[in-house]
Design a protein around this ligand. Structure first.
Ligand code: G3P
Length: 216
């Protein structure tokens, strides 16, 4: 499973990238706004750090506006993937862009039907938002399982990005299901590294080493 970092924070992207575990980055308007910097400048900087798919979202709601924005954003870097919301206009835009060879990520997907349509329209990626489904008492991860199965049944090329991830177990479940990608916030990535037995193990090894060296 590929791991994308779900953030526009340059410090976090630089740090996670140095661990050698990041395959790409996803952003959205909320994440970009949080940084308080110029949009294009942030996107260019992300592209200069991570050599993998970088999702950036369009703001327009009509398909012509989406297509124009997408064509413009795609010029920033060869790794740019255009995030487009799951609407009728979004589908129209994905259809046109996929034929032009522009990579797309159909976002705000909350049902298997939406995922089927995204794949039919030619989306490169589809992003089911699991955390937001969990938040309203639905099982977000069962949506992922259904979408992965449906795509397998019919050999769709569209890759599933498990999005709106809230904790490390979401990542494990995504991998168990066989999702192509899981996009994780930096805080979740940090938690994935941690295990108390690792910390205890290091402490014991060092204590034994100090005793062996007569240091304590
Ligand atoms: O990848 C989409 C993600 O950024 C949405 O996450 O936590 O706002 O539901 P969240």
């Amino acid at each position: 499973m590929k791991i994308f970092l779900d953030t526009a924070n340059i410090e976090h992207i630089r740090e996670a990238n140095s661990w050698g575990v990041i395959d790409g980055v996803t952003t959205n308007p909320t994440l970009i706004a949080r940084e308080g910097r110029e949009f294009r400048e942030v996107v260019e900087e992300i592209c200069s750090i991570v050599d993998g798919p970088i999702s950036v979202e369009v703001i327009a709601l009509d398909h012509e506006g989406m297509i124009n924005e997408a064509r413009d954003l795609a010029k920033i870097h060869r790794n740019i993937v255009i995030k487009i919301p799951m609407t009728v206009d979004g589908l129209k835009a994905v259809k046109v862009l996929s034929r032009e060879g522009v990579k797309t990520n159909m976002t705000l997907v909350f049902s298997p039907n939406q995922a089927i349509l995204a794949a039919k329209a030619g989306a490169t990626y589809v992003s089911p938002f699991i955390g937001r489904l969990d938040d309203i008492g639905h099982e977000g991860m069962s949506l992922v399982a259904k979408v992965v199965k449906i795509y397998q049944n019919y050999g769709f090329d569209t890759q599933v990005i498990v999005a709106s991830v809230r904790h490390p177990m979401h990542v494990v479940e995504a991998a168990m299901i066989g999702a192509h990608v899981c996009t994780v916030p930096y805080a979740v990535l940090e938690k994935m590294v941690k295990h108390p037995l690792t910390d205890i193990g290091i402490e014991r090894f060092l204590a034994d080493w100090r005793r062996y060296r007569g240091e304590g």
